[in-house]
Design a protein around this ligand. Structure first.
Ligand code: 5GP
Length: 189
């Protein structure tokens, strides 16, 4: 059965950076690429970070079933969702599929596949704010929205996560070491 690893955590906890590093270090890990209606950020690539599609196309795909779960960020009116064509193309490759997603997605994967969820937690709210502010393309409205969501989100995520690890600034490799240990312990790699 397909093995999935979901890196969860409030926005700004460094999920994407961790996933990039993990993919460099774990030869049997592949990224599950999801779809979004948001604008591409600097350095992001189509089909590697996300499939960047229009809202119209996104909703069409939801209706036809190729996006089986999604999250709608109300304040920014952005949609994010699991993209079945990507999942299907990677399903039989005997790799660990690595993704980052919100609760809806986690529930979907837990229901259908072997799924480990690792919750990344920030060192402090201040750290988190700094990280989000330094990220290009994040507006004031979005920053407020994200910070307000943090506490509620952490509580909810703790309930569905299997492991919880801190991701302090400057300790990228150590955090990835911990994830690789978990993958070994779980017989994923
Ligand atoms: P960002 O805009 O920073 O790339 O992502 C915002 C949020 O969208 C992240 O917290 C991420 O977990 C979530 N996300 C990305 N893809 C999916 C998906 O396929 N399904 C769900 N439910 N959430 C997703």
């Amino acid at each position: 059965m397909l093995k999935v690893l979901i890196i969860a955590g409030p926005s700004g906890t460094g999920k994407n950076t961790i996933i990039r590093k993990l993919l460099e270090r774990c030869a049997s890990c592949t990224r599950l690429v999801t779809a979004t209606t948001r604008e591409k950020r600097e350095g992001e690539r189509e089909g590697e970070d996300y499939y960047f599609i229009t809202k119209q196309e996104f909703l069409k795909r939801v209706a036809e079933g190729s996006i089986p779960e999604y999250w709608h960020a109300k304040e920014t009116d952005r949609y994010y969702g699991t993209y079945l064509p990507d999942l299907d193309s990677k399903k039989d490759s005997n790799t660990v599929l690595v993704a980052q997603m919100q609760t809806e997605g986690i529930k979907y994967f837990k229901e259908h596949f072997n799924t480990i969820v690792i919750l990344l937690t920030p060192n402090s709210k201040e750290d988190l704010k700094n990280r989000i502010t330094h990220r290009s393309g994040v507006s004031e409205v979005e920053l407020d929205e994200r910070l307000n969501l943090v506490d509620a989100e952490l509580e909810e995520l703790e309930l569905i996560s299997d492991y919880k690890i801190k991701n302090p600034d400057g300790k990228l490799n150590e955090t990835v070491d911990k994830i690789i240990l978990i993958l070994k312990k779980e017989d994923y790699v």
